[in-house]
Ligand binder design. Structure first.
Ligand SMILES: [Zn+2]
Ligand SMILES: [Zn+2]
Ligand SMILES: [Zn+2]
Ligand SMILES: [Zn+2]
Length: 236
């Protein structure tokens, strides 16, 4: 478990801002989430209704090397690991279709790119979350085996509930961090991908100051709310 998630984030239900340490507790008690949260009715269910009930996992996801990037998600146990891969790519990672992998215990599940045309060691991600996840379990995720973005995730709850059409939904996410230009302290718009390998936070510039930066404007990438900011061609 990540002992110290940092930065604030918003609850997707009530839109209120919480610190990283408060948000999980809040999700359990958010009044708006409770009303939108479709719990299992107690009366005997018709067959049709029963089909809509399933296991849902609560997931906490964070960037392994920068705990200010985090997500709280819920995922249908019937969803596949590849759905979770797609979700993480869409919200945080996808730049040019790199390979990715989940490591869960001894098992490695690989996806993306042309993985299965080559000699891969890993298993396919075409496996249901219910087969590989359980409460308390932690897993590691890598996107791009060259300039890797590392994530960790933990299954923080399991509940029975009405299935959402979207197999994976977002409960809360860190707010963007309000980075400032290292030269003039105005809000940063870009990050120099050349300099960001060394010290990410010293490679941030506003639109004007990047024009005078030694590496040139061509090396710059937009500032985005993602642990892949400034890496490869990631533009959000
Ligand atoms: Zn809330
Ligand atoms: Zn890339
Ligand atoms: Zn500036
Ligand atoms: Zn630079």
């Amino acid at each position: 478990m990540p002992k110290t998630l940092e930065s604030n984030g918003k609850c997707a239900f009530c839109n209120n801002l919480f610190s990283a340490s408060e948000i999980e507790k809040h999700l359990g008690s958010c009044e708006i989430r409770k009303t939108s949260w479709e719990t299992v009715p107690t009366e005997p269910l018709s067959k049709k209704e029963a089909k809509k009930i399933g296991t849902i996992f609560g997931l906490r996801v964070w960037a392994s090397y920068d705990h200010s990037y985090w997500l709280f998600l819920e995922a249908d146990a019937e969803a596949f690991l590849e759905d979770l891969d797609d979700f993480l790519r869409a919200i945080w990672l996808e730049c040019c279709g790199h390979l990715s992998a989940f490591t869960i215990g001894e098992n490695r599940f690989e996806g993306g790119g042309d993985m299965f045309s080559g000699g891969s060691e890993g298993q396919s991600m075409h496996i249901r979350l219910g087969k590989v996840l359980s409460p308390g379990l932690t897993a590691h995720y890598e996107y791009d085996f060259g300039s890797t973005t590392d994530l960790d995730l933990e299954v923080i709850w399991e509940r029975e509930g009405k299935r959402n059409k979207e197999k994976i939904s977002i409960l809360a996410r860190n707010e963007s961090q309000g980075f400032k230009c290292v030269t003039c302290s105005k809000p940063a718009a870009v990050i120099c991908s050349e300099c960001s390998c060394e010290y990410e936070k010293e490679a941030l510039y506003c639109d004007r100051c990047i024009k005078k930066h030694k590496c040139g404007e061509d090396m710059s990438l937009p500032v985005v709310n993602s642990p892949r900011m400034g890496v490869c061609g990631y533009a959000g």
